[in-house]
Every structure is written in structure tokens, then in C-alpha cells.
Design a protein around this ligand. Structure first.
Ligand code: ZN
Ligand code: ZN
Ligand code: FE
Length: 723
């Protein structure tokens, strides 16, 4: 709080100066003005804050090394020359070293390092760049790097960093301790090293992220727009998805078959030292086993990465909060997050209203948790998929963290409607006063509203893989009329039969068969054989039977599943090795082609739901395939058709409701072509279109929607309304 006196123009300029001259890591959540009696004060004084005040203490996210520290890092005359833990008030670790509130050195993993006299002098001098920089350190008094061999034994060396660089240059796999956890790193130019990393990590094809020294290096391997450059160099330093350019500087095995490349700039000083002069790029992928959380501890990493890493670049500044790299991309000129974690979390998201305290437990995949307090939503760092015991431990760890940093323990808990989700069972075990269950796609839409600081009625397009539907089917291509307390399912994409259930998700050719069956009738088997979906007619007979009898064949309206099916139908791939792979490749095909849209129909079931029927499109795709139309063109036409569908349905919803605002949410809006064409077409049709900004469109944002819905229900004292 600041009390300022003077002529009104001076007082006004004081406020604008605060905004303009904000230190790099300071962040204004809001400014409130209040007129006071003039009392003719002279001079300037700082009054100690009242410890019992109600002000909320915000824990800041970790920030990449600042330009001043970077200069010192490579200045031979500086006492921190090549010191991997250099930082100042404008940069360095925050969330990841915090043990307890308030953020003081004694409550961080720096507590065990006693400041040397020189560092202490900086720390205590208000005019020094390191005044109250809690992690302040130097080579004399601070943390140190050690190099460990595959068994975790310390290797004797004068300069562990240079030794690590030599090892990377000979193709070794190194686990490198960063800000929020360990990375696995190899030379991005070495096919051989990358092949070995993929083999050991059981990660066949999923793209790997690379780290480059600066934007110039990034531009040698990918095209970088000015918005993308801003994102790359921001203090958050996310992985940014960029369009690859053909080059022989990095291996083709890094991101096979897709046009994008995940690129980030260094965030820790150590990364700058590793990238100083030997490599164009280093692969930097989270150090973990499939579906497990990122490793943070030195002993933990040696145990869990046995057989994966050849060496470990360890250090003794403990990571107290696991925090994966964030991932972002730019679409329609604006950044959008795919994973919100290091650099962003736990910066609170301001809400338009003060809402009751709630704890939201998120969905099953890509999960995060969210606590509402006052008019802020605190979203946890990315936790991930709840598929392994380690991931579930991390879930519990994150819950403790969120309660600690918000200094709250909400007694109302929100979860998904899916009875088998781990988070749903966690909600039941928490012994809270009240549990509120929220529909998955409704949560997506309200998450998008909150992300944009909005409330009230809206047209919601939730385009997603899978979410629990109250009718017992898997939802995921939903046209909702929604607000914070309820929704109406105006319509949805036609239900597909998924022959084999989960198996159909891993083997999209089964979905292609299902699409053919529903669009082409009994002749579907001959078409499937002709198109090469399978060479075995008895398999067609078997699929036909299980679909007819609906044995292990659930229904899904998920757009993600339609993407899978179309990718398989057009011969892109019969099976996938990770979720979203088929969709990514279909988008890739479409990215350099154009095609006219295919026909579709909107059917009305009774006079209730509107159903988008794709049969005509499927038949047209079959004709195109048999004519030999290029697959790129078919992929482009498919994307066009979806934009048409979105526009047609949205216009129908406007006719019926008069609503003008459209919120786009769900994992499919990570597809840049789909997002950009939807925005373009809907804005063209006169809608106010809202897309995600600070929170992912995918399931990483669902907890925010859950929290806002539950808190709004409590505030208004109403029950969950499904119209
Ligand atoms: Zn700095
Ligand atoms: Zn020192
Ligand atoms: Fe979802």
C-alpha cells in the first residue's frame, strides 16, 4: 500500500510510473485507488507491514537467468564467472526451492548454505541487485555441481561442467539437474545418441524438445515469428512449438513425421554453460520413465533412471517442488499454453468475482489441481496422467504444496463425474464437508471463461478426446450453452462405436472401420479391404459382429476419436504409440495444402439435441481415396469441414439463444489449423470468440473450470443445473 500526496497530475504519473517501471519479476494483479485527506507530509518512509494483515502473499514462479547475471556468468573478471548458481532479485529459482511460507531464505533449500560476507553484504544492501535475493550465492558459499557415473558414484574432476560437455559431445546420455527437475540430455545432432535415448526410455516416436543457446540458433532449425521470439525469450522460458525448417544441424529422429519442433532457450545458468560453444542444440526431455513424474532428487534420479542415463550432472541445491517444463505455441498471433508449469505456476489467475474457497481435483490425464481463494485461482504445476503409483504419489505431494502455498484447506472439494478417475476417488477419501461433481466438458468451457475473466451465458465448443457423459457414453465433441452453474447440451458430434474400447484408441484403424460401417452400410467390409485397413476379411467379420452386438464397443462423440479414425482411413497410421499422435500427423498433412470442405448433415434427435452426422463426409473421403486425391488435400478438406460444422452449429445456437459469445476449449484446440480457422470463421460470422490464454485448452485447464463452477454454485446457493 502506498500513500502519495501532491498535485493530481503528479499523483497520476506516480501510478503510471509504477506500471511502467515495474521490476522484471514484479507482477500487478490489480491496483485500487482511494482518496485520502491531504495532510502535508514531507519525505519518504517505509512502514513495516502488519503481520496480521489480510494481504495475500503470492509465491512467484521460477524465472530464467536475467541479462545482467548472464553477462556476469561469462565475465572472467566477475567473482561468479562460470558459477552455475548465479542469480539475483530479477531471476532464479523461486517456487522450486520453497519449503514453507513466507518466502525467506530460511524457508528454502538455500537455508543450509551460509552466506559469505560478500554475499551477505549484497543481500543486505537495498541498492544492490541482490538485495534480499533469497537464493543468492557464490562459488565460495553456495551450491556446487558434481558429476556422477551411471551407478551414482561421484567422479573426480576439476570442472564437472566441461567434463559433462565432453561426454555429451561423445554421444552419451546425461541426466542434468535443472530448476524443476532433471532433464535427459543428448547432442541433438547425433542420430545414434537419440536412437539410444528412445530405446532406453521406451519412447519410440513421441517428439523430444531441444534447447538452444539463443534465438539466432533457434532460427537455424525452425522459423520464429516475432510473437514466438517473445515467448522464447520470456523469463518463463517455455518450450515453444515452432515450424521446423529443413536443416542438417539436428537429427530427424527428434520429431519424426511432424512439422513442429519443441524449442526452448536455457533457463538455468548451467544450461548456458553446457550450450556455450559445442552444440547447436541439446535434446532436453523430462527425466522420467513412461507415465511417471519428473525426477528431482539426486538419489531418486540414480535409482529411477538406472539403465537410461550414462552420467548424472547433480548438484546440492535441493529441488523441493517438482516442476516440468511448460509448453506453448502461437496461434492467430497470440500465445497459448499446452502445459502450464515451470515459469508460470503458481502465479494466480485473477477472477472477475470473489468466490468461496474450494479445492478442485482435476480429471485423470494431464491433471492439475486448483484452489480458489478470494478472487484468485491457484492452479498447481502440471502433475500428469494418473496411471502409475509414482504419479499418484506426486498427486498427493502437489495437494500438500497447494494447501501450503495458499495457506488454506478448503472444505468443499470438486471432482469429475467419472466414477473411476483417481481424482474422483481421491475426493471421496478426503473427508471434505461437501463433494461437488462436475461434467468434464462443462468444466472445459468455464475454464475458458475464467481464463478470459468472463462470466455469464456463453456458447461453448468443447472439442476433446474423451470425457464422462451423464448418458453413460464418452463425450468429447460438445456444443454447450453454458454458464458457471449449469449447461445445456445443444448438440454433439455423432456417436462413433469404438470396437474394442481402449484398444480402438491405440489402434485407430478400428475406428476407421467403424466410420465406414456407419457411413457405407453392409458394403463397408469390401471398402475396408480395398483401402487396405486390413488384409484379413475374417477380422472385418469379427469387428462387424462386436459392433453389432456392442461387445466391448462403447460410444464416443469425441472429436479426438474422429481425428484418429480419419488418420487411419487415409492411410496415415493404423496404430499409435502416444495419445494425439494420429491427430498431430493429420494436422501436419493438412498444413501445406488446401481443400474444399466435404458435405455433412445436422440432424435433430426428437426436438432436443442437434447431431452432426459425418456419413456424407466419410463417403466423399472414400471416393477421394479411390480417385487417388492426395492425402494432404483430404486432410485439409477434413479440417475445412470441421470449421464449417463449428460455424453452422454456432449460428444455430445463436438463433435459438441470441448469445453472441463463443468459448473454445478442449484438447483439439491445440490443433493450430483448427483453432485458427475456427476463430477466423466465427469472427467472420460476427461472434465474440474467446480462446484459452493463460491456461491450457486441454485437460490441464479442467481443474480451473471445476473450481469456478463449484464456487459459483455455493455462492448462489443453487444446485448443479443440467438443462
Ligand atoms: Zn539475475
Ligand atoms: Zn558467497
Ligand atoms: Fe478433456
Amino acid at each position: 500500500m502506498a500513500e502519495v500526496e501532491g498535485a493530481s497530475d503528479v499523483v497520476d504519473s506516480f501510478e503510471s510510473d509504477i506500471r511502467r517501471e515495474l521490476p522484471p519479476l514484479a507482477h500487478i494483479t490489480h491496483i485500487e485507488g482511494l482518496e485520502l485527506e491531504y495532510c502535508g507530509e514531507r519525505g519518504f518512509q517505509i512502514i513495516p507491514s502488519d503481520a496480521k494483515g489480510s494481504a495475500q502473499v503470492h509465491i512467484t514462479p521460477d524465472a530464467a537467468i536475467c541479462p545482467d547475471c548472464l553477462k556476469e556468468l561469462f565475465d572472467p573478471a566477475n567473482r561468479r564467472y562460470r558459477y552455475p548458481f548465479i542469480n539475483c532479485t530479477n531471476c532464479g529459482p523461486r517456487l522450486t526451492i520453497i519449503n514453507a511460507i513466507p518466502y525467506d531464505r530460511a524457508n528454502t533449500s538455500m537455508a543450509c548454505f551460509e552466506l559469505c560476507p560478500q554475499c551477505r553484504a549484497e543481500y543486505e544492501n537495498p541498492s544492490d541487485r541482490r538485495f534480499h535475493a533469497e537464493p543468492n550465492a557464490c562459488p565460495l558459499c553456495g551450491p556446487q555441481i558434481t558429476l556422477l557415473d551411471a551407478k551414482g558414484v561421484i567422479m573426480e574432476t576439476d570442472d564437472p561442467v566441461r567434463r559433462a560437455v565432453d561426454l555429451l559431445a561423445t554421444g552419451r546420455i546425461l541426466a542434468v539437474r535443472g530448476l524443476g527437475g532433471y532433464h535427459l540430455s543428448v547432442d541433438a545432432a547425433s542420430d545414434e545418441a537419440i536412437r539410444r535415448l528412445r530405446l532406453r526410455k521406451f519412447r519410440e516416436e513421441k517428439p523430444l524438445a531441444v534447447m538452444v543457446r539463443d534465438v539466432e540458433q533457434a532460427k537455424r532449425i525452425a522459423s520464429v515469428s516475432s510473437e514466438e521470439e517473445q515467448l522464447l525469450t520470456s523469463s518463463q522460458r517455455p518450450i515453444v512449438l515452432l515450424k521446423k525448417i529443413t536443416n542438417n544441424l539436428i537429427s530427424d529422429f527428434i520429431a519424426p513425421a511432424i512439422p513442429n519442433l519443441g524449442v526452448m532457450l536455457p533457463c538455468a545458468p548451467l544450461h548456458y554453460l553446457l550450450l556455450e560453444n559445442r552444440f547447436t542444440a541439446l535434446v532436453m526431455t523430462s527425466a522420467n520413465q513412461v507415465d511417471e513424474p519428473i525426477c528431482t532428487g539426486n538419489r531418486e534420479v540414480v535409482a529411477r533412471l538406472q539403465g537410461i542415463a550414462d552420467y548424472f550432472v547433480a548438484h546440492n541445491r535441493d529441488i523441493l517442488v517438482r516442476c516440468d517444463d511448460s509448453i506453448a505455441f502461437v496461434a492467430a498471433g497470440k500465445p497459448q499454453l499446452i502445459r502450464r508449469s515451470r515459469g508460470y505456476a503458481p502465479r494466480p489467475i485473477p477472477l472477475p468475482d470473489v468466490l468461496p474457497a474450494v479445492l478442485a481435483l482435476g480429471p485423470q490425464l494431464k491433471t492439475t489441481q486448483c484452489i480458489l481463494k478470494g478472487n484468485f485461482a491457484y492452479l498447481s504445476p502440471h502433475i500428469g496422467d494418473m496411471e502409475t503409483p509414482q504419479a499418484r504419489d506426486f498427486y498427493a505431494e502437489s495437494l500438500t504444496l497447494m494447501k501450503r502455498i495458499t495457506e488454506s484447506d478448503p472444505q468443499v472439494v470438486v471432482c469429475d463425474e467419472h466414477p473411476a478417475y483417481f481424482s474422483t476417488r481421491a475426493a471421496e477419501e478426503l473427508a471434505a464437508e461437501r463433494i461437488i461433481r462436475v461434467q468434464h466438458h462443462h468444466a472445459h468451457i468455464v475454464s475458458c471463461l475464467a481464463d478470459n475473466g468472463l462470466s455469464g451465458d456463453v456458447i461453448g465448443l468443447a472439442m476433446d478426446g474423451t470425457g464422462y457423459g451423464p448418458d453413460g457414453n464418452a463425450w468429447g465433441g460438445e456444443f454447450l450453452i453454458a454458464n458457471e452453474t449449469g449447461y445445456q447440451r445443444f448438440g454433439h458430434l455423432q456417436y462413433l462405436v469404438l470396437p474394442g474400447g481402449e484398444k480402438a484408441i491405440r489402434e485407430p484403424w478400428r475406428i476407421a472401420a467403424s466410420l465406414l460401417k456407419s457411413a457405407c452400410g453392409p458394403s463397408w467390409k469390401e471398402i475396408a479391404l480395398r483401402l487396405g485397413l486390413t488384409t484379413d476379411s475374417s477380422i472385418c467379420d469379427l469387428l462387424d459382429r462386436i459392433m453389432n452386438d456392442r461387445i466391448h464397443s462403447p460410444l464416443s462423440s469425441g472429436l479426438g476419436r474422429l481425428f484418429d479414425g480419419i488418420a487411419a482411413l487415409t492411410g496415415l497410421r493404423r496404430t499409435v504409440s502416444f495419445e494425439g499422435q494420429a491427430a498431430m500427423e493429420l494436422e501436419a498433412r493438412a498444413s501445406n495444402a488446401t481443400g474444399a470442405s466435404y458435405p455433412f448433415a445436422i440432424l435433430q434427435d426428437g426436438n432436443k439435441s442437434h447431431i452432426v452426422d459425418f456419413s456424407a463426409m466419410i463417403r466423399a473421403i472414400v471416393t477421394d481415396l479411390e480417385k487417388g486425391t492426395s492425402r494432404a488435400r483430404i486432410a485439409a478438406s477434413f479440417h475445412q469441414t470441421l470449421a464449417d460444422v463449428f460455424t453452422a452449429m454456432t449460428c444455430k445456437m445463436r438463433e435459438e439463444t441470441g448469445l453472441q459469445r463463443v468459448a473454445l476449449s478442449g484438447g483439439c484446440f491445440q490443433n493450430k489449423i483448427l483453432l485458427e480457422s475456427a476463430i477466423d470463421r466465427l469472427v467472420g460470422a460476427g461472434f465474440d470468440v474467446y480462446r484459452h490464454r493463460k491456461v491450457p485448452a486441454n485437460d490441464g485447464g479442467v481443474a480451473l473450470g471445476q473450481a469456478v463452477i463449484a464456487a459459483s454454485l455455493m455462492k448462489k446457493g443453487c444446485s448443479y443445473e443440467i438443462r
